[in-house]
Each structure stands twice: as structure tokens, then as C-alpha cells.
Design a protein around this ligand. Structure first.
Ligand SMILES: [Zn+2]
Length: 557
């Protein structure tokens, strides 16, 4: 079944209006229009990527030319429908305006639009990414839209309708496609996964839906990517690993600690994760997401929450006895955390914990309270209010330490002086290629490096073999879509440099990296020298010094 080179999204593209996910308001109207023969000569489909605009345009084209339509739906089996599905219906012309944006392309269109359709009743022009057309091209298109031949229908799709000239928009029937609700995406993923024979965890599908952010195309691509990289086992862990997301349990724990100003618990969580070799950047981003849930709950807009139930529940509980200021303080402390080149040092997150639990005046985060001096002159009766709480919560001398858990005091101190080197404990790699230490090292080095879309290590683990040919490292992928994705990542300068650096560090020579499957390839050149550890150490020391200053300032109150 699942053909190797067929991308799931293409395979599972909706064939009829009734199959379209999450756009009932659009499909209902279009169906009625077709059924009643109220056809416009120009349509504008706007909305976020992956929400079904181009699919709808094709369905409309099918419905208009179908030999046996019923109630505005194409039958999907007549010769006209099948030809559209297979992309060989000469009456349906698709133009990608991103790559054909010039006036010549539109002139060509204008010349050909005069010819009557072949097998169908209409000639349907689908112009994707129409906002990319040049000014002259838009003008030429406008002339055609002003006097379209009876048999011509234009369906223009765009993610950026504000870049489409008003003169064009005014000639179109406009349909706004919405982001697809998470549950609709999950349901569709489940359907596809079952049919493809993947084993799936519900949580994994939730993670994918959340990351895809309303784009079914992105969601299906991610599902496919995970299924390929993890041999059809779509687990939440696999999804989190591939997408560079942290473990939900850890992020809940950290968020709870920040909200309750429990420094010991916060530091313990950070250090447990660091010791387990977890990606601390991922912990940061998932904690931000978790605290975002807390913020939405606290401000009463949790209807819009698309977070996992366990996160919502935990944050609902955690925010009960916490004021909005503390939610904001926690969120800004953690989101302002900046990792240097290496995310293995727990220090930045430890500082975030310290900032979140320390008093507003001391915190590096923008203080929600006005300068205390000014405040106290205006309201002489009340100034001490916030302070006693601070000094109870943040003990003198060393912010991280609380009497509750003395053991955790030692850990951060140790890691200040010796941030773990990249070579030390790393998560086990699962190489599929003949065991090769250098290759393992490359994968390990990239296990936490996010490329344009994917974390590079897990993506590269999907390579069936690797081989040095001349001055290039050739990665062979069994699945074409894997090869395409790797090539795409290598096409992005950041991803390419990260991969080449990791390869250079492991193989000891500078090599270009290529991803291959059949004809697919992508070239790379050059690389940059790898950063040494010393600036990191120095940065860590510098940041370490600041925490003492902060707590000193606190104590001096
Ligand atoms: Zn048909």
C-alpha cells in the first residue's frame, strides 16, 4: 500500500466538497452555486496555508465539468473528474503565480483562454499564490477578468489577500478559508493513519495538530515524516523528538514551580532534564506554551485553548492561588531566556527560575510595578505590601536555595563551574546505517538542532546509508519524501551549516552534504568554523555573577 514516493497529503487530498475538512461555510455555498448554476467567472479563495484552497479550486473545477454531478458535487468517477484528479484534464489549467508571475505568463493565458474547452463545459484557470503576480501581470489579468469568455472561470488562491489589488478583488466572489480546528485535524489524521496502517497515539496526533496550527497539509506532512522516521509508530515521544518539543510532564512541573515561586522545585526540574540529556531549548518552548495556557486561563479566555488536557488541568489548578502578575513574571522570565550556541548548559533556565521566583523589583523581567520610590510617595500607606512576600519567598544570599530541598543547591553550583561538554552524556542514537561512530556523532550533535522545519538529527537518522564520495557526504534515503525534506533542510543556509559543521567535527574534514533518492539532490558548499567552548564558559560565568548580584540586591532590602 503506502507508495514510497507519494506524499500523504497528495494521496489524501479531498476529492469532493463533502471531504473537505473544516470549511463547511465555504463548501456549502460553492455546492449550492454549482447545483443551481449560479456560476461566477472569478473566485478568490483566501486563507492560511494548508486549509484547502487549492483542493477546493480543483473540486470546483471537477464539479463544473463533471458528466454526472449530483447536488453540486462531482461524481469523481467520470472521465472528466478522473482527468482532473490525475492532473491531465486540459480544461483545468493550474498556474503557480509564485514562479510564473510575469506579464508574459498572463499574456499567454489571455491568448489561450479564447479557445473553447475540450471535453468539459468550462475552462477553469486555477491561479495559486496570485498575490505574487507582478503589477503589469495583474493589469493584464484584470483586462481578462473584465471581459471573460463565457466558458472561462478563474479561481485565484492566496494566503495574502491584502497584496491583491482591489480592482481584482472587486471582480471576484470571495471565500475566506479558516484555520482548521485542532480536533478536525486530529480526526482527519486518525482516519489517514488508520488507512495507512500506522500505529498512533492520540497524544501524538494532538501534538502534530498543535504544531501544524490549522494547516491540514502541514499536519499530514508531519504525520508522514514521523511515520517514516519511526517505522510507522507515531508516538507522542517520537513527535516531540522530531519536532524539537519538550516533554509535557517536565514543562508542567517547571511551570508549576515558577507560578508557585518554588525555586527548589524549578531548579530540580531543570537539572533533572539536563542530566537526562534532554533538550533544554525544547523544555523552554514547551514551558512557554504551558504558561501561555496559564495566562489564557487566568484571563478567562481558555475557550480558545488547544493545549493537551493534562496541561489545561494542571494550569487551571496552578493558577488558582496565583495572581496574574506572577503568571506574567514567569512567562517573561522563561521567554526572555537566551541560550548561547549550546543548549546543554542548564544555567540560562536556572536564571529564568531565579528571575521568576524573585521579587518584581529585582527581576530582570519588565517589572509590572512602578518604580517603588514613586509608588511610595504616592501611596505612603501601602508600599510595604509586596516586599514581605518577596523576602519570605526568596531567601537571602542565594536565590535558588530554599530550605525545602538542600540537595538541589549543589547541582547548579556544580554546573556553573563546568557546563557539560557536548561530548558527554547524550541520548542514545538509533542508527539504521552500519554502525559508524562518526555518523553516530553527527546524529548526536544534531539531535537538538532544529532546522527550518525539523530537528536535523532524527531526520538524518532516516537515511538508509551514508558514504563519502570525493569531498561530499552522500546520504541515501529509501523514501523520497525523506530525501526531499533533508534536501530542503540542506537548502536552508542555517541547516546546511549546522549539518556540515557536525560532519566536519565528526569526520575531521570539511565535506559537502547531499541527500539523495533517485534524482533528488541538493548541493552545498563551504562551512564555518565551529565555536569553541570558551566563550560559553565565559558567558556562563558572567551570567552566574549576575544571579549573585540579584540576590544581594534582594537581601539588601
Ligand atoms: Zn465526474
Amino acid at each position: 500500500m503506502s507508495a514510497a514516493s507519494q506524499v500523504l497529503y497528495r494521496k489524501w487530498r479531498s476529492g469532493a466538497f463533502r471531504d473537505l475538512v473544516g470549511q463547511d461555510h465555504v463548501t456549502h455555498t460553492l455546492r449550492r452555486a454549482v447545483a443551481e448554476g449560479k456560476i461566477s467567472h472569478a473566485y478568490l479563495f483566501t486563507g492560511p496555508r494548508g486549509t484547502g484552497k487549492t483542493s477546493s479550486a480543483r473540486i470546483l473545477a471537477k464539479a463544473l465539468n463533471c458528466l454526472n454531478p449530483s447536488d453540486g458535487e462531482p461524481d469523481e468517477i467520470c472521465s472528466n473528474c478522473v482527468a482532473v484528479t490525475e492532473g491531465r484534464n486540459l480544461d483545468v489549467i493550474e498556474i503557480d503565480a509564485a514562479s510564473n508571475n510575469g506579464i508574459d505568463n498572463i499574456r499567454d493565458l489571455r491568448d489561450k483562454v479564447q479557445f473553447t474547452p475540450g471535453t468539459g463545459q468550462y475552462k477553469v484557470y486555477i491561479i495559486d499564490e496570485v498575490h505574487m503576480l507582478s503589477g503589469p501581470a495583474f493589469n493584464a489579468l484584470l483586462k481578462t477578468l473584465e471581459e471573460p469568455p463565457q466558458h472561462a472561470i478563474f479561481v485565484m488562491a492566496t494566503t495574502e489577500s491584502d497584496k491583491v489589488p482591489a480592482t481584482i478583488i472587486s471582480r471576484c466572489q470571495r471565500y475566506d478559508f479558516r484555520r482548521i480546528a485542532n480536533q478536525d485535524v486530529v480526526d482527519r489524521l486518525k482516519h489517514v493513519a488508520d488507512a495507512e496502517g500506522f500505529t498512533c497515539e492520540e497524544d501524538a496526533l494532538q501534538v502534530i495538530a498543535r504544531v501544524a496550527w490549522g494547516s491540514l497539509r502541514d499536519a499530514l506532512n508531519l504525520l508522514e515524516q514521523i511515520a517514516i522516521s519511526y517505522q510507522g509508530n507515531v508516538t507522542a515521544e517520537a513527535a516531540q523528538e522530531l519536532l524539537g518539543l519538550g516533554d509535557t510532564g517536565a514543562s508542567i512541573k517547571l511551570a508549576e514551580a515558577l507560578l508557585s515561586r518554588n525555586a527548589a522545585a524549578g531548579l530540580a526540574t531543570v537539572n533533572e532534564q539536563a542530566a537526562a540529556g534532554r533538550d533544554l531549548k525544547a523544555l523552554q518552548s514547551s514551558t512557554i506554551e504551558t504558561l501561555r495556557a496559564a495566562l489564557l486561563i487566568k484571563t478567562g479566555v481558555d475557550d480558545a485553548l488547544s493545549h493537551p488536557a493534562e496541561v489545561v488541568e494542571a494550569m487551571r489548578e496552578a493558577t488558582k492561588s496565583v495572581d496574574l502578575d506572577q503568571v506574567l513574571r514567569s512567562l517573561s522570565a522563561i521567554s526572555e531566556t537566551k541560550f548561547r550556541d549550546d543548549s546543554s548548559s542548564p544555567l540560562p533556565l536556572e536564571l529564568a527560575v531565579a528571575r521568576a521566583v524573585s521579587a518584581p523589583r529585582v527581576a530582570a523581567a519588565p517589572a509590572p510595578v512602578a518604580p517603588p520610590a514613586a509608588a511610595s510617595t504616592r501611596q505612603p500607606a501601602r508600599p510595604p505590601a509586596p516586599r514581605p512576600t518577596q523576602s519570605q519567598q526568596a531567601p537571602p544570599r542565594q536565590a535558588p536555595a530554599t530550605p525545602a530541598a538542600p540537595a538541589t543547591q549543589q547541582q547548579p553550583a556544580a554546573s556553573y563551574s563546568a557546563p557539560p561538554a557536548e561530548t558527554s552524556p547524550a541520548p542514545p542514537a538509533r542508527p539504521k546505517t552500519p554502525s559508524d561512530d562518526r555518523w553516530d556523532q553527527v546524529i548526536r550533535a544534531l539531535n537538538r538542532t532544529k532546522g527550518k522545519k525539523f530537528v536535523l538529527g532524527p531526520l538524518m537518522r532516516g537515511a538508509s546509508s551514508h558514504e563519502v564520495v570525493g569531498d561530499e557526504l552522500i546520504l541515501q534515503f529509501t523514501h523520497n519524501s525523506n530525501a526531499e525534506r533533508m534536501a530542503e533542510e540542506l537548502g536552508d543556509p542555517r541547516g546546511r551549516i549546522a549539518v556540515e559543521d557536525a560532519v566536519e567535527a565528526a569526520f575531521g574534514v570539511k565535506l559537502g552534504v547531499k541527500a539523495q533518492h533517485g534524482a533528488t539532490d541538493s548541493s552545498g558548499d563551504g562551512g564555518t568554523p565551529k565555536a569553541t567552548d570558551s566563550p560559553l564558559v565565559r558567558a556562563a560565568m558572567a551570567m552566574g555573577a549576575r544571579i549573585i548580584e540579584d540576590s544581594n540586591a534582594d537581601t539588601s532590602q
